[in-house]
Ligand binder design. Structure first.
Ligand code: PEP
Length: 249
């Protein structure tokens, strides 16, 4: 009953020309794929090229971050309204690389989620524990803190419009995927938090994606878990053939 989402996070890869080349190949490979929502999140500079190249297809465009203000003296930042105008329907918020390298906190995640919703963007909000936190038995405490700080203060109506991405940091870009069982366990825990904070109906409806070294050869096993509603894919989304195989799992 939850429609899967397959989202590609291109990080700081691809020029506008490379973006057009990707879409030339990718669009044909997913033209018949109506079983899920398909999202590509290029760098800011390639959003317009991606939007133009995807016109007429069912592929949605997203951004990798945003600022929470509409405009202002915030050098280097991009507002939600600017993303909507450029053609984005989705935005990734709170990616672990932003948390680790660019000072993202649960507080800024919370502000960004609210601002994205106001601008009619669908936020894909990332949570996930570090390796040391998992090994120290603190996975659930970390997820609870990120859940509460990042979106626990939303209204039920706002919460029903977000997508959560569970991305254990130790699995991102490492080739070390969480087993389907480990991922499903974390998803179940997050759904339990949603039931407690919002309602069982909200918990049953929220889409939770898994992210962390998803590849064409492991996507089937992950998607076989009822708790897993799709994937947020980094490295393997850069190649049209490989991301299409993931979409068409
Ligand atoms: C990501 O960037 O969100 C991600 C999951 O990367 P990768 O698939 O490369 O691990």
């Amino acid at each position: 009953m939850r429609r899967p989402v397959m989202a590609g996070n291109w990080k700081m890869f691809k020029t506008q020309e490379e973006t057009r080349d990707f879409f030339d190949a990718f669009e044909k490979l997913v033209a018949a794929s109506t079983h899920c929502d398909i999202v590509i999140c290029p760098p800011y500079t390639a959003i317009a090229a991606a939007k133009a190249a995807s016109r007429g297809s069912q592929i949605h465009i997203g951004a990798q971050d945003l600022h929470w203000e509409k405009q202002g003296a915030f050098t280097g930042e991009v507002s939600p309204q600017m993303l909507t105008e450029a053609g984005c329907a989705y935005v990734i918020i709170g990616h672990s690389e932003r948390r680790q390298f660019f000072g993202e906190t649960d507080e800024t995640v919370h502000r960004k989620v609210k601002a994205a919703l106001e601008a009619n963007l669908a936020p894909i909000v990332c949570v996930g524990e570090l390796l040391a936190e998992r090994e120290g038995g603190r996975t659930e405490a970390v997820l609870e803190q990120q859940f509460t700080g990042g979106f626990g203060a939303l209204t039920p109506g706002q919460f029903s419009r977000i997508i959560i991405a569970y991305e254990p940091v130790w699995a991102i870009g490492t080739g070390r995927t969480a087993t389907p069982e480990i991922a499903a366990e974390a998803h179940r825990f997050l759904r339990g938090l949603a039931a407690k904070r919002f309602s069982p109906e909200h918990a049953a409806a929220v889409r939770i994606l898994y992210g962390g070294s998803v590849k064409p050869d492991n996507v089937k096993g992950l998607m076989a878990q009822v708790e897993i509603d799709g994937a947020l894919v980094g490295g393997a989304s850069l190649d049209a053939q490989s991301f299409a195989s993931i979409v068409n799992f």
